[in-house]
Ligand binder design. Structure first.
Ligand code: ADE
Length: 225
């Protein structure tokens, strides 16, 4: 995958890129780029925002600044790559969208800052508007990291163990339910015992027990609704 993140704060991603699963996908051939809007702004003195038409508090990121950054990177034709604008008012990010995005060969994430981004970015430059939750962050960077993390960990070679992506929370293998509980040694700790079925050695029984716990969790947590 070629993943490009447009941001005013590329250094925020320094930590992200040193995480093991991210390093693994890069070693396996994926390419990550962090592109600073200020590098290509057509305005003087690194300006990227302006006061809102109609008045109001705060500053708004300009559409010409975002467009210039995209054109400098992709030319006049961004092709059919998905371009996601991170915004609190977008489509809610979930495991289904992460899986969909992980299948894309090329992906672009646009981080906004300040009070918002000129609506024409959403209308004309982005293909999707995505939110990671109904709360407002200071900018799209953390949201972009959340999206990138959930997507990249699905790529081949990201995690040590291939099965860990296959049978995890919300996967098709678990019928879209949350994951079943995990236990490891010690079998008994302060009187808290590991369920006996997991120590039984009966793989079929273990499998059925896990599926049932997964379904039960889904019901208890209202399947996230
Ligand atoms: N930018 C600011 N808050 C956000 C959120 N909740 N999701 C996505 N992008 C954001």
């Amino acid at each position: 995958m070629r993943l490009d993140v447009f941001t005013l704060f590329p250094r925020w991603f320094d930590w992200f890129t040193t995480q093991r699963h991210v390093e693994n996908v890069v070693a396996a051939g994926s390419e990550l780029r962090f592109i600073d809007y200020r590098e290509t702004t057509p305005l003087g003195a690194g300006q990227v925002d302006d006061s809102p038409y109609g008045g109001g508090a705060g500053m708004v990121m300009r559409v010409d600044v975002v467009d210039a950054a995209l054109r400098a990177t992709y030319g006049n034709q961004p092709g059919d790559r998905r371009i996601l604008l991170l915004t609190p008012s977008g489509r809610m990010f979930d495991e289904e969208l992460a899986t969909e995005l992980a299948a894309e060969p090329e992906l672009t994430l646009l981080c906004g800052r300040y009070e918002g981004v000129d609506e024409r970015v959403r209308d004309h430059l982005a293909t999707d508007a995505v939110s990671i939750g109904r709360y407002v962050l200071a900018g799209g960077e953390l949201a972009a990291m959340v999206v990138a993390d959930a997507v990249l960990r699905k790529l081949p070679g990201a995690l040590g163990h291939a099965d860990s992506v296959h049978e995890e929370s919300f996967s098709a293998a678990l019928g879209g339910h949350p994951e079943y509980p995990h236990y490891t040694r010690p079998a008994s700790y302060r009187g808290w015992d590991v369920p006996a079925v997991l120590l039984s050695g009966d793989h079929d029984l273990v499998r059925r027990w896990r599926l049932e716990r997964s379904r039960e969790r889904g019901r208890r947590e209202g399947e996230g609704s």
